[in-house]
Design a protein around this ligand. Structure first.
Ligand code: GTP
Ligand code: MN
Ligand code: MN
Length: 603
């Protein structure tokens, strides 16, 4: 063995040989000053948050206990889809919706970037588990990172450290996740508050279940348990093993008769998952509890139903727009402290503020660390600024949120942000039609990813940036999933749109807590208790079918929000055809049939 001595390298708290040799290999390549195994303790949290305060990365909040404000480098604020790669062995396995590079070539390129990239920094080894620790087959991973911000964020977002490592034994399988901000320090060189690198790569090697990330410290690029593992890599595992890894919230809806329903919903980034997951119903007697706000892993149970588990341990929610009116439960969760806030504004008395919180204070420090006063052009907070907070302290978490067997899903919602065309809610005719709805889901782009906002793009199952393989194969996997089950045990699939607008651009539907009325109609459909109109696009309620008691919205608006317009849909068809053409020959025949049938019904 080569005699490289790096402090800490030989003090590993495990005898897992493959893990040990990988850690050594990475340390020898990246040359950190020391190696530290993250244990997940309160002491570690205290030490690292103090270090981040010293470095100027964190400002401790005076108004929220054990909470910190961070402002990223202004160029490192969102996921970078252009720099995200699926490096499958065969390019046909990555498909037309992913960037692809030959895995050997990518490894050669990134190995050179990683060489010496942790000089002057500490290399942290973070054993973690996605989903409950007491799962029969825990979903393990190890992230190696040189970012303290990542370590403390992983404290919130995952089950990690000693308790996760206990499930590794000597030879458990785990996902290798290597991360570096790519900012080595020369001896004596001053650090910056948010080190990162202009060159960024977010790379998945699906066959090896491996992730390499370089250059970014931002959430979705750097917390590799989240999008990289739980969606891109897990979607490949799910394809191979017959389950689903999806960009979905999980909620529990209890009716006045005390019957519980579990609903999973896929909306693209910044389109309302976190809001719906924590909704406060405006209709009496109905209750919503939260199990997850971003990711659902769904497997068939012994009874033939589809059960969902949230792999995450925290919420990483969009801050702007969140307040006591739109999402009181998120506000109460972060109020308890133990939270991180990135790219929001800082108040002079040591609290956080963002757009959507009502009247701004007279003076703020903006996310760009500049003086900010109301009335100017610039936003105080980046539109993709986020809070990071533990699920455990959410008052409305469902008691079963950590049950390793998951919860049986009764309904799946697909939804996007569309100003026109898509009704408030449409029930699919059957599973295959529901998969067609998901596969052709469209939405206007948001600030959650770098690029132009407000452009309509297809975002299948809200998974466009997260499908770890060919989108056509992914659609087929959804079709096959339905075929493998009893039709009457499958969740019913609905298509929703909270974002339809009137001619003056106002939202036709008030949304947020009022969405409980839409949830109610959906479960009444499941129970066979509510009526619907059969239209060419599926079953749509009339305004009379929805419980609108006490709703403060003009009836015409509700009717317009629910409206099916054949002309708008005829205009949609060429866009769907273009989308299928892009996916190419792997579009399942059954989905082409759905498209032809829709065209016929539209006349
Ligand atoms: P990611 O966490 O990025 O995956 O996104 P998300 O789907 O969790 O999005 P989130 O719930 O944070 O929604 C963000 C945006 O959607 C904010 O601008 C909200 O104001 C808006 N939003 C959420 N629900 C509604 C709604 O029912 N109606 C309207 N009009 N806007 C909504
Ligand atoms: Mn998301
Ligand atoms: Mn969210």
């Amino acid at each position: 063995m080569t005699a490289v001595t790096i402090p800490g390298l030989d003090h590993a708290p495990t005898t897992h040989a493959r893990l040990l040799s990988w850690v050594r290999e990475v340390a020898e390549l990246t040359c950190p000053d020391e190696v530290v195994w993250a244990d997940g303790s309160q002491d570690e949290w205290n030490r690292l948050t103090a270090k981040l305060v010293d470095a100027g990365t964190f400002v401790p909040l005076k108004k929220k206990p054990n909470s910190f404000w961070a402002a990223s480098d202004p160029t490192d604020v969102a996921r970078v889809e252009e720099r995200t790669f699926i490096c499958s062995v065969d390019p046909r396995d990555a498909g037309p919706t992913n960037n692809w590079m030959d895995p050997a070539e990518m490894k050669a390129t990134m190995t050179e970037l990683y060489r010496g990239c942790m000089r002057g920094r500490t290399m942290y080894v973070i054993p973690f588990c996605m989903g409950p620790l007491d799962a029969e087959k825990p979903m393990l991973g190890v992230e190696i990172t040189d970012s303290e911000y990542v370590v403390v964020s992983m404290h919130i977002m995952t089950r990690m450290g000693t308790k996760a490592l206990a499930r590794f034994g000597d030879d458990a399988d785990f996902v290798q996740a290597l991360h570096s901000i790519g900012a080595p320090l020369e001896p004596g060189q001053d650090d910056v508050p948010w080190p990162c690198n202009e060159t960024k790569y977010i790379t998945q090697f699906p066959e090896e279940r491996m992730i390499w990330s370089f250059g970014s410290g931002y959430g979705g690029n750097a917390l590799l348990g989240k999008k990289c593992y739980s969606l891109r890599i897990a979607s490949v595992m799910a394809r191979d093993e017959g389950w689903l890894a999806e960009h979905m919230l999980i909620l529990k809806l209890t009716s006045p008769e005390k019957k519980a329903y579990y609903i999973a919903a896929a909306f693209p980034s910044a389109c309302g998952k976190t809001n719906l997951a924590m909704l406060e119903p405006t209709i009496p007697g109905w209750k919503v509890e939260t199990l997850g706000d971003d990711i659902a892993w769904m497997r068939f149970g012994e009874d033939g139903r589809l059960y969902a588990v949230n792999p995450e341990n925290g919420f990483f929610g969009v801050a702007p727009g969140t307040d006591y009116h739109t999402n009181p439960n998120a506000m109460r969760t972060i109020e308890k402290g133990n939270s991180l806030f990135t790219n929001v504004a800082l108040t002079d008395d040591g609290d956080v503020w963002w757009e959507g919180m009502g009247e701004p204070p007279a003076h703020l420090t903006s996310w760009k660390k500049q003086d900010w006063t109301p009335g100017g052009e610039e936003l105080s907070s980046h539109p993709n600024s986020r809070y990071c907070t533990p699920i455990a302290q959410c008052d409305i978490k469902a008691p079963e949120w950590e049950d390793p067997k998951g919860v049986p899903i009764s309904a799946i919602f697909f939804g996007g942000r569309r100003a026109t065309t898509i009704p408030l809610i449409t029930e699919s005719r059957d599973w295959q039609h529901g998969v067609f709805m998901g596969a052709t889901l469209s939405s206007e782009t948001t600030a959650a990813a770098v690029g132009k906002t407000g452009v309509v793009r297809r975002d299948p199952m809200a998974m466009l940036p997260f499908i770890g393989y060919h989108a056509g194969d992914y659609f087929q996997h959804w079709i096959d999933t339905g075929k493998s089950a009893d039709a009457d045990k499958l969740p019913k699939i609905f298509y929703v749109n909270w974002f339809r607008r009137g001619e003056d651009k106002r939202f036709l539907w008030p949304g947020f807590g009022e969405n409980s009325r839409v949830l109610k109609w959906a479960v009444e459909r499941i129970e066979g208790k509510a009526a619907a109109v059969e239209t060419p696009i599926g079953h749509v309620p009339t305004a009379a079918e929805l419980d609108l008691e006490g709703l403060d919205a003009p009836r015409e608006d509700v009717e317009a929000a629910l409206g099916f317009d054949a002309d708008e849909w005829r205009a949609e068809i060429p866009m769907i055809e273009e989308w299928f053409a892009k996916i190419g020959e792997k579009v399942p025949t059954s989905l082409r049939d759905e498209l032809e049938a829709l065209k016929l019904r539209l006349g």
